[in-house]
Design a protein around this ligand. Sequence first.
Ligand code: 13P
Length: 271
Amino acid sequence: MSKRVAVAAANWKMNKTIAEAKAYMAELAEARADIAGEAEVIIFAPFTMLMKVARGAEAAKAGVGGQDMYWKASGAYTGEVSVPMLKDAGCTHVLVGHSERRGRFGVPEPELAGDLGKVFGDTDASCNIKVKVALEGGLIPCLCVGETLAEREAGQADPIIAAQLEAGLKDVSAEQVAGMLLAYEPVWSIGTGKVCDPDEAQRICGMIRATVAKLYDQPTADAVRVLYGGSMKADNVVGLLAKADIDGGLVGGASLKVADFKPIIAACAAS
Ligand code: 13P
């Protein structure tokens, strides 16, 4: 099996000002200089500050990603941002199908009951279009999958994740999948402080890789990077990265300060 370079991906979600993003990137560049070993760092930032993040990305040795996208290149789609626009802003990556974009929140959002929940409307079908259009447009998508607590308790985690993958990767070539990122983010673990047990995270990430092998072939499955996301932080990252099928982290809360994110990058570089 080829050695996969580990990925430390920051998902800032709806946080930071442009000035804070600029300061973060300068601090990240300093932090990177202290870390020996190879790790890929990606910053998924809000649209408003992508240009600023991209400006600091070379010094920080980081990729830059949008947190969502629309699949049309341009047109009458008020409020949406396209792949060419993300590229224009300096992006290399884009998140697709984060559970929050699918309207599935780790911390319950009672305010979103009923019709309001439709604000976050990604489905497996929309994720599939986004993955294909991102790839065609030259961005690397990070496709997120994962089960809710109710789905886990009903014993449905594995089939739901396999179905999310199969639908999300429909008509995507083996070569394209090999260069993508997949992220296992158990919804119940996001923003809750309840990290998934490393053995269980490994079991699911192994199942994700096996699903890619079944849909494609073993070399493709061996090449794709599978990240874990959900309450990852300095004190649990090493145990997670020690697992054979976990190739990095997609980090929310613990990515917002360089001081918290640096040990996660260092763990990736050491893994
Ligand atoms: P937390 O690290 O805050 O749990 O968020 C994980 C996540 O959703 C990253 O995309």
